[in-house]
Design a protein. Sequence first.
Length: 94
Amino acid sequence: MRTLVFYDISDDRRRSKLRDYLRSYGLRRIQYSGFVGDVNPHDRHVLAIEVRRFVREERDSVYIVPLCGRCVRLCKIVSVKPVSIVEESEVEVV
């Protein structure tokens, strides 16, 4: 299931480690502190447990948001350059 992960981590070192950790899950960066990718329910559960080690300060947080297919299709992105949470290879033109 398409999953958005975005975070606010106060410490630069922990933030960098979290970024690398999310990339190891195959997530791709869509914003400075935002990633998207396909994560199955089990891995999303494991991810939620594992990212806790990066959250140490009161103001630190990590959001893991699963998106159903309808939500992905209805998603609107406002940007000067073309941006998508769907890879071009995943789009079927009929």
